[in-house]
Design a protein around this ligand. Sequence first.
Ligand SMILES: Cc1cc2nc3c(=O)[nH]c(=O)nc-3n(C[C@H](O)[C@H](O)[C@H](O)COP(=O)(O)OP(=O)(O)OC[C@H]3O[C@@H](n4cnc5c(N)ncnc54)[C@H](O)[C@@H]3O)c2cc1C
Length: 434
Amino acid sequence: MTQQIERDTLNSVRPHLPYTELSGFEVLTDDERAIQQAMHAFARDVMRPTGIAIDKLTAEQAIAPSSPYWEFMATAAASGIEFDTADDDVAPQAMARLQSIVIEEFGWGDIGLTVSLAAASFPNMMAKRIGNQELVELTAGKIGAWVATQPDRGSDGTMLYPGERHAKAATGNKGNLTARIAGGDIVINGQSSAWVSNGAVAQVAILTIVADYGDGFFDVDGHPHGVEVIVPLDLPGVTHGKPLEKLGQRSLPQGELFFDNVKVPVRYAISLGDEYWHGHASTWSTAGVAMGQMITGLARAALEHAVAYTHERSQGGALLAEHQMVQSRLGAMARKVETMRALARRAAEYTLLSPAKHPYYTGSTKVTCTDLGFEVADEALQLFGGYGLTREYPMEKLFRDARAARIEDGENHLLNMKFGYLTSMMYRSARHGA
Ligand SMILES: Cc1cc2nc3c(=O)[nH]c(=O)nc-3n(C[C@H](O)[C@H](O)[C@H](O)COP(=O)(O)OP(=O)(O)OC[C@H]3O[C@@H](n4cnc5c(N)ncnc54)[C@H](O)[C@@H]3O)c2cc1C
């Protein structure tokens, strides 16, 4: 029967198979393809085996000196792999495509390690973005993290507008990690959530936290003041918590960070005062783009595993792939991967080119991509039947990894709600302006 399929496919009177790249139905330039293939080799030979190995370790073992995590980070650094999209020699549109192509390959290899690499580069990337040479040097070559969420301040930290608060809340939520700004210093006290990516291993971090500039933590609307500040994590008063045990993306070391009267100069701020909420919005929309790209890679990996398995396993007297219902399910999965890729690219291009980007838009594309990615991983596992649940096969890890992405970088229902809020604000603004 397989031979029959091949004969039909190759028969010259039938339409040819379409041209595709590793990343589906598109035509890359020669340069793009060369980069894609180099990154694919790295993802296949280094990231995927490392991610699988770390997944089997406890959280403590995963960051112990003997963990393959350290060799991976060293290899990535030696290979010059970083997430920065600022390059004066490459036009923004070309950069958006390149970024999408590269991060998709990394997500295909291992999404947990991809997030770790992205978080590691983030403080340095933001220091370059604001052109602060002192901070560029301070963050270069160090493992970074982005500290925003706290035990009592999860989704609340992403409320950019006072009107998003519940009617009964007189003020926003100041959380458990705050700064006081006075006399040229920023003094930080409290703790992050246990979710901070690279929290267990980071050497430097960007903190996005509520701040008191001398007149309290809130403005007249009850909205918090804030600061985005880069903090070296070897300063007195900083301690790392235990690495977090969790369901998915186990190759990403997460954990709490504690700050006890940690002092940095005001010039370490990325945004402060009246610039804070604009700065936060910009940082978040820049960071948010990568999730869509990496989950596209994960979903493509799940689809590839499912296609291969359905060409090995026979039931009902034929290969699974020869049953029309299975073909329909594979078609639905492939369609979703194409949709994810197209949307992730659009979000990357918009965020790099737009004179006024917005994290609620970027967040909405993250919701679509991670919800679809989870559906693809779920269906791929289902096509493996009972084998999909076992640790011998790749599907259960991809399923767990995809599940985490629906909470990571903003919980999906909340991000969806925010896109609705933005849509309403744009309508009201247009009506008001008309
Ligand atoms: C893999 C991973 C990596 C992460 N990396 C980082 C990182 O690098 N740095 C960092 O700071 N954080 C990080 N996080 C934390 C992540 O951003 C938060 O988990 C997320 O923002 C949700 O916050 P929460 O977990 O406190 O949930 P909560 O905000 O408590 O939400 C719980 C539930 O309540 C609902 N809910 C909350 N608020 C409302 C509301 N106003 N109206 C209606 N429903 C509501 C939500 O939809 C959700 O279902 C990471 C998380 C994961 C899973």
